[in-house]
Design a binder for this molecule. Structure first.
Ligand SMILES: *Cc1c(COP(=O)(O)O)cnc(C)c1O
Length: 362
């Protein structure tokens, strides 16, 4: 059989290895000059026009972003249910309550009408997810936030480089978080980068990530140790020099898939949106699970289901609510390989496999 085509593949080169070695030889391993440089270069690279604070994971970034924006017990934050559990986990970890709104099926991101219907007198903020690398409906969500006096946050874990009408994701919210986990569009090993809309949020982020201190033993708040190491920052700095070309390759791969796949709903891109295809996610109206299994068994093509169980059906968040689009997407969404390591032959095999299986009624 042909080689397995994995659904995702982190790319680590000699430059990353040399950067790690440089840090190890320096004797300064914990958070230091590499982290500072990475924060500045990240903001510059993605044109965020605001300060960034590096942390040890994307989940920590969401948690600290929420704490730094004043979210806590008694508050409600509206989030999608169709996302990775880290989105809701981070809200719950502050003592606040995640409230699940439905998504729109065109781009799998929050449906503004469902968000507005979910607002109560405890609602403090809306936290959309730029799912799969497509920007959420930020203009509509900002208008709702303004009308009701709410903050807007961004889970940009999957969306490095995405934009909407020329504004990069990460420049909309009071804070925004980018994940640097190995399968994301760029990595630092593990890590997260948080952008802050103002000095106060930035300062709070720096306090919370370091035990509540900016200055040694001048603790101001109860904080955590969520610092990034210089080893991880050194990897991230190298990846920043490569992520632009990788994104272009993802977009080219997606264009090929979209113009050749048949019998499935291919991803759409909103007017004015730049999609960075963290995932290339189709909707399969027939037997999605059967198609995924046959892709693996018959064609050695990997695929992913993100996410088969909506958060409002997970044990820690179980809610007696019905979110029709979320439940439909959880059954129909299938992510095909789109990562920059794919060859033209790989892409052709993915298309051939999906088209043949769908035609055969898999
Ligand atoms: C990956 C991811 C996170 C969490 O990031 P980690 O770096 O894995 O902690 C949060 N939200 C979404 C949507 C993600 O995909």
């Amino acid at each position: 059989m042909n080689d397995f085509i994995p659904p995702a593949k982190p790319i680590i080169g000699d430059e990353e290895r040399e950067a790690v070695d440089r840090v190890l030889r320096s004797g300064m391993i914990a958070q230091g000059p590499e982290v500072k440089a990475f924060e500045e270069e990240f903001s510059e690279h993605f044109g965020l026009g605001r300060a960034c604070v590096a942390v040890n994971s994307g989940t920590s970034g969401l948690h600290l972003g929420l704490l730094s924006s004043g979210i806590g017990p008694g508050d409600e934050v509206i989030v999608p249910s169709f996302t990775f559990a880290a989105t809701a986990n981070s809200v719950a970890l502050t003592g606040a309550t995640p409230v699940f709104a439905d998504i729109a099926l065109d781009d799998f991101t929050l449906d503004p009408a469902s968000v507005e219907a979910s607002i109560t007198d405890k609602t403090k903020a809306i936290m959309p997810v730029h799912l799969y690398g497509h920007p959420a409906k930020m203009a509509e969500l900002q208008a709702i936030a303004d009308k009701h006096g709410l903050m807007l946050f961004e889970d940009a874990a999957q969306a490095h480089g995405a934009s909407l009408n020329g504004t990069p994701v990460g420049a909309f919210g009071t804070f925004a978080m980018f994940s640097l986990y190995p399968t994301k569009n760029m990595t630092s090993g593990e890590g997260g980068m948080v952008s802050a809309a103002n000095d106060e949020v930035e300062r709070n982020l720096r306090l919370y990530r370091n035990q509540g201190m900016l200055q040694q033993y001048h603790n101001e708040v109860v904080g955590l140790n969520n610092r990034m190491t210089d080893i991880h920052a050194a990897i991230g700095r190298v990846q920043l020099t490569k992520v632009g070309a990788w994104t272009k390759q993802r977009q080219d791969n997606a264009a090929f898939l979209s113009s050749n796949l048949e019998g499935v709903v291919v991803p759409s891109v909103a007017d004015g949106a730049v999609h960075v295809y963290h995932q290339y996610t189709i909707r399969v109206e027939g037997d999605r699970d059967g198609l995924s299994k046959a892709l693996k068994d018959e064609y050695n093509v990997g695929s992913g289901m993100f996410y088969p169980v909506p958060n409002h059906r997970l044990k820690p968040f179980a809610r007696d609510i019905h979110l029709p689009n979320t439940e439909q997407a959880a059954q129909e969404a299938l992510s095909l390989p789109v990562h920059p390591s794919l060859s033209q032959g790989d892409l052709e095999r993915v298309v051939e496999a999906v088209n043949a299986l769908v035609k055969a009624g898999a």
